[in-house]
Design a protein around this ligand. Structure first.
Ligand code: G3H
Ligand code: 13P
Ligand code: ZN
Length: 330
């Protein structure tokens, strides 16, 4: 069941974070749905309520243009039918104004992100306000971003600039956005930190205190870049030197400070890359694409189960269902 992103935030606020996972293809989609229902090896397994979690599917502009955006929409609709117990939102990740309008008008998306964080404050507010007005008229909620992450965001190469709590107050008030992506030390991609760097919890706490009560915050660039997967990739011929990510033990403390949505894309790519590299290394005579796909889907599902445990969203699906007034899964 597709729900509005704010319904998920209301249930999560202050206790746990919802995993927001990017998808690009069928195998990722199937693995994602299985994982969020606590299934591992097949679609037919029963739902494991102790692991089942609400989630957000994220679609980037790159994903929309990879084949045709309609394929993604079709896959999600079909997944909703194959996995009727799933409760999730569909979200445009890092949208331009034009992409936001396209998604708002499509009637398919639960929420859009307008990313004008590279603009000056006044311009960011102006652009975000326009998107908010158009989205709210159709009952769609808007994530906006203030501050700049490091790394690469679509075609914007960012240099880190942490979110200023006082600016955040002005931004939220004037733009009317429903959730705010904050820069607190993370960056996109596989190379986030060197040495003992980590999240700036002091800044996060100030932002939470300054904003209206229970205002949902979002953390981008939150992949943990697990050493195990990087090692497997490199053992199978990859060259990912000094890759490092966010410490997973920091997800829950961030959630307690108002972070309701934690964005993860890179980790899924690492799992995909390791499985495919190993498969073709070990079976050089193979060329059937379903071989690695059959290994990837359960591996990704298991990875999602683990991630949701770290986010605290595991086992929350029944609670979310009850909070929506739709009964409890059997
Ligand atoms: O923040 C960016 C996301 O990881 C999406 O990446 O634009 O390569 O699909 P992408
Ligand atoms: P990662 O690169 O850390 O997975 O971040 C993904 C993201 O922020 C998508 O918007
Ligand atoms: Zn992002």
């Amino acid at each position: 069941m597709i729900v509005t992103t704010n319904d998920l935030f209301r249930h999560a606020y202050g206790n746990y974070a919802i995993g927001a996972y990017n998808i690009n293809n069928l195998e990722q989609t199937v693995g994602l749905f299985r994982g969020n229902l606590g299934k591992s090896g097949s679609n037919e397994e029963p739902v494991d309520a102790s692991k089942a979690a609400p989630f957000i599917i994220q679609i980037s502009r790159g994903a929309r243009g990879y084949t045709d955006k309609r394929f993604l929409e079709g896959m999600i609709r079909n997944a909703e039918e194959v996995f009727p117990e799933a409760i999730f939102a569909v979200h445009l990740d890092h949208g331009t104004e034009e992409a936001c309008y396209d998604c708002i008008d499509s009637g398919f998306y639960s929420s859009v992100m307008i990313d004008a964080s590279h603009e000056k404050l006044a311009k960011n507010i102006e652009i975000t306000r326009r998107v908010v007005d158009r989205a709210h008229a159709k009952g769609i909620v808007v994530e906006a971003e203030l501050g700049q992450l490091g790394g690469v965001e679509e075609d914007v190469v960012g240099s880190v600039c942490l979110t200023d709590p006082a600016e955040a107050v002005e931004f939220v008030e004037k733009s009317g956005c429903d959730s705010l992506a904050v820069a607190i030390g993370t960056s996109h991609g596989a190379y986030k930190f060197s040495g003992s760097q980590g999240l700036h919890f002091d800044v996060l706490e100030k932002i939470q205190k300054a904003l209206p009560e229970e205002f949902p915050l979002v953390m981008h660039g939150s992949s943990s870049v697990p050493k195990e997967w990087v090692h497997r990739i490199n053992e199978a011929g990859g060259k990912l030197k000094d890759a490092s990510g966010v410490n997973e033990e920091q997800y829950l403390p961030a959630a307690k400070l108002g972070v309701c949505k934690i964005n993860i894309d890179t980790d899924g790519r690492l799992v995909w890359c390791a499985i495919h590299r190993e498969f073709f290394r070990d079976k050089p005579e193979e060329f059937d694409l379903r071989g690695p796909g059959k290994l990837f889907m359960p591996a990704y599902a298991d990875y999602i189960v683990h991630k949701n445990q770290m986010l605290g969203s595991s086992g929350q699906l029944d609670g979310v269902r009850a909070s929506l007034g739709a009964g409890v899964t059997g």
